[in-house]
Design a binder for this molecule. Structure first.
Ligand code: GYE
Length: 341
């Protein structure tokens, strides 16, 4: 009797150890967002792998403010078609964060597989990113960055905006070795693109080049025109300033319009823009821009590839920066026909 009690106890202890040991050896089924930085769990790899045909991807586009944006939208729509995904949930927030937040919420309601978010501004995403996380829907931040904690999203795919600003500064340093003054026509206030480019520019601009003034043109051609007109009322081109750093090509084209209308030959000033769109290349061919810092909008293929990995619980990179360069007028004419946007 005594012996069998001891045996029973022994058996129970062994069984308990086996259960505990087993539990800790079995990887817990992880939601895709949480497993983003971890290798694929065996549970995920055992389940039938998801394909593009299973994918519903949400892309709450921030607007249609520029040629860059048009090309970015086209890249997502074309890639969705080519890959044959189940559904692309696309919307246009018209440069309003509240519209983007509503669009994200609608996608959470719809239980999409992945949300790819190009945030119009950096701040103010914590609440909705938390909601996506609680709903176990991974978010890939696309193009511009967010200031929210990295634990709230799976990854960021986009350009290094600070580097773009630094590259623009390097052009002015080369063109204005004896110093001078420049104006800055900046992008949307509070956007990762404008904040990064302004920061990079200030990081690298030589001390003898003064940033005389900086105003936003909201990344649009239409809004850049009155900003440039106001600049020209306040400052004399060529005397008070010799150059203009412009945060995108659309605003650059608007600024050129305003300069020409005021009787200033844009080619007499040093103008550096960002994006490298066909419009920017044409401005270099025409002699108005002296350099165009590339920013690539064709992010669709990379984003869908990462989204599928997330759906399958596979390892992904937490930050993917696009490889970019600077374009100059000397090759602009030859390259213009090859430009995809
Ligand atoms: O440079 C500009 C667009 O966020 C990188 O947004 C993007 C910027 C781009 O409106 O043209």
């Amino acid at each position: 009797m005594k012996f069998s009690k001891a045996l029973l106890f022994f058996v129970l202890v062994v069984a308990l150890i086996a259960i505990v040991g087993c539990a800790s050896a079995t990887p817990a089924a992880q939601p895709p967002a949480a497993s983003s930085a971890a290798p694929a769990s065996s549970a995920a790899s055992q389940a039938a792998a998801k394909t593009y045909k299973d994918m519903t991807l949400c892309y709450p586009q921030l607007g249609a403010e520029s040629d860059w944006r048009t090309a970015n939208t086209a890249s997502f729509k074309e890639t969705a078609q080519t890959l044959g995904i189940k559904q692309l949930v696309f919307s246009d927030a018209q440069q309003k964060q509240e519209n983007q937040i509503s669009a994200v919420r609608a996608c959470i309601q719809q239980k999409v597989d992945v949300i790819a978010l190009p945030p119009v501004v950096e701040d103010g995403w914590d609440a909705v990113l938390n909601e996506a996380k609680n709903a176990k829907i991974p978010v890939i931040v696309v193009d511009r960055s967010v200031s929210a904690d990295k634990s709230l999203y799976a990854s960021h795919i986009g350009s290094d905006m600070v580097l773009e600003g630094e590259r623009a500064a390097a052009e002015f340093n080369k063109m204005m070795p004896n110093g001078g003054a420049v104006l800055e026509l900046s992008g949307t206030t509070g956007s990762g693109a404008a904040v990064g480019r302004a920061k990079g520019f200030r990081n690298k601009i030589n001390a003898n080049i003064k940033i005389l003034d900086s105003q936003t043109g909201n990344f649009t051609r239409a809004e850049a025109v009155p900003v440039m007109q106001a600049f020209l009322k306040k400052y004399k081109a060529g005397t008070d300033f010799q150059g203009i750093f412009i945060h995108n090509d659309d605003m650059g084209i608007g600024a050129i319009e305003a300069l020409k209308a005021a009787g200033v030959k844009p080619g007499d000033l040093k103008i550096v823009s960002v994006d490298g769109t066909r419009g920017g290349f044409q401005a270099m061919v025409d002699g108005w821009f002296q350099a165009d810092v590339e920013c690539n909008p064709l992010l669709g293929p990379q984003v869908f590839e990462m989204a599928l990995k997330l759906m399958n619980g596979q390892t992904i990179d937490r930050e993917v920066l696009t490889n970019e360069t600077v374009y100059y007028p000397d090759k602009a004419k030859d390259l213009l026909p090859t430009r995809k946007y």
